[in-house]
Design a protein around this ligand. Structure first.
Ligand code: PLP
Length: 431
């Protein structure tokens, strides 16, 4: 039997073990663990440049692909590595008594991490499971719900495979009906989005499942109104928050949705392999666990039932906790204000370039920190390539209709945005 209580001690110990070694100015990406930079001074006019120094991103390179994978901050990565080292150096002492730490995840409730995550998304720890990514969360929800042939699930036509495939499998296996609402590009009318969903609903609709933020065109969906719509019709509301946690304020109590999953390795900058699944306690018993081990049937322990994935790397959970610490130390408000203001700068600049088109929203209620843009007559792949070749700016193409997706994060700067605009301006002029 694995000892759950000792996991709290493990996390505490690993936090204490985190390196606090002295500074090295402008360290190279391959700098050793001991070269952690100092925490930026609040009053430093170059505060955000100092924050940039908290990452291993190579100097002179600009990373704008957080929507795929966030860059892990140096102190976070070092805590992961340190914890893995602790596991290796104490492996012989693990005797399963309360005195020793569990060296693996996959069997333990990791309550302290769930509590900390709960503070960020305003949820009770018993309503949160730590999974490995959004795909896992989506599958727990889609596979675990009892549905019969003819029952409808409504999604958008901009789903990431990790937001829809579990529902499609249910359609093939059980005959449920998956309907996809067409989302316009660009979307700039919040009311219209709600109306599109309302028009798609029928008496057979059981679930409204939509992304909080579309991965393709960056639309921040009117999640609260859509949740209300679902509940007015007696339906469950399931939200794919893969792109949202860390990009916008996520308050699950205020949203009122029934289920919500996310990938903290994107905008929260946790190491890859960290996921979150929320199911409100009133709805949990409606979901079967579909990945079962020891505690699969313990309904008294809340979402712990959904954390029975077998031996896993506990150091990744240490990394998630460290990413939360990093985020809270900067402050949610300050982070969001920063990344949205960078995106605003990009949007404003693009609007002034003839030939440049913004496929993501500009409406303040629908716009986030992702800007998707294109140039008339220029293939998206070419724009992506030019940005990299000319200034080492990494964005990701979303195809010629949408353009390139540019995710603004705390490791980006005004100078990088302006360099992007300069390249777009030249390309738009020359074609
Ligand atoms: C909206 C959305 N849902 C789900 C996923 C899948 O995330 P993961 O690969 O972390 O499971 C992504 C990944 O980009 C996404 O953007």
């Amino acid at each position: 039997m694995f000892n759950r209580r000792s996991f709290l001690n493990t996390l505490l110990a690993s936090s204490l073990l985190a390196r606090r070694d002295p500074v090295q100015a402008d360290p190279a990406p391959s700098a050793p663990a001991s070269a952690l930079p100092p925490w930026p001074d609040e009053n430093d006019p170059a505060f955000w440049d100092r924050v940039r120094g908290q990452f291993y991103i190579a100097p002179g390179e600009a990373y704008f692909n957080t929507a795929t994978l966030g860059a892990t901050p140096r102190p976070v990565l070092e805590r992961v590595i340190e914890d893995m080292r602790t596991v290796e150096t104490t492996i012989t002492r693990w005797d399963y008594t309360p005195k020793t730490e569990d060296l693996i995840s996959g069997y333990m409730p990791a309550l302290s991490v769930r509590e900390k995550l709960g503070k960020l998304v305003n949820a009770e720890p018993r309503d949160l499971a730590l999974t490995q990514n959004s795909t896992m969360g989506m599958n727990f929800v889609a596979q675990g719900l009892s549905l019969k042939a003819g029952d409808e699930v409504i999604l958008t036509d901009h789903e990431h495979p990790g937001g829809i495939c579990g529902w499609q499998e249910r359609a093939k296996r059980d005959g449920i009906v998956v309907k996809q609402v067409h989302i316009p590009t660009p979307a700039n009318d919040p009311e219209q989005l709600v109306e599109l969903f309302a028009a798609a609903m029928t008496p057979r609709t059981r679930v409204l499942a939509f992304p909080h933020i579309l991965f393709s065109s960056g639309v921040v969906m009117p999640a609260k109104q859509l949740t209300q719509l679902a509940h007015e019709h007696g339906c469950l509301c399931v939200i794919d928050g893969a792109q949202a946690v860390g990009q916008v304020k996520v308050d699950l109590q205020a949203l009122g949705c029934d289920a919500y999953f996310s990938s903290p390795h994107k905008w929260l900058l946790a190491p890859p392999g960290n996921g979150m699944l929320y199911i409100h306690h009133d709805q949990q018993t409606r979901f079967w666990t579909t990945l079962c081990s020891q505690e699969w049937d313990d309904e008294t322990a809340g979402m712990y039932r959904f954390m029975q994935y077998g031996t896993g790397n506990r150091s990744l959970l240490v990394g998630l906790e460290a990413a939360l610490d990093f985020h809270f130390r900067l402050g949610t408000e300050r982070v969001l204000e920063r990344i949205h203001s960078l995106a605003d700068r990009l949007r404003t600049g693009l609007q002034q370039i003839p030939g440049a088109r913004i496929s993501s929203p500009v409406h303040p209620k629908l716009a986030g920190a992702v800007v998707v843009h294109r140039i008339e007559g220029v293939p998206a792949a070419r724009l992506e390539q030019e940005l990299w070749m000319q200034k080492k700016i990494r964005v990701r193409s979303q195809g010629d209709q949408l353009g390139v997706r540019q995710s603004c994060q705390i490791y980006n700067s005004e100078a990088e945005i302006d360099a992007t605009l300069e390249i777009v301006r030249k390309l738009a002029a020359s074609g």
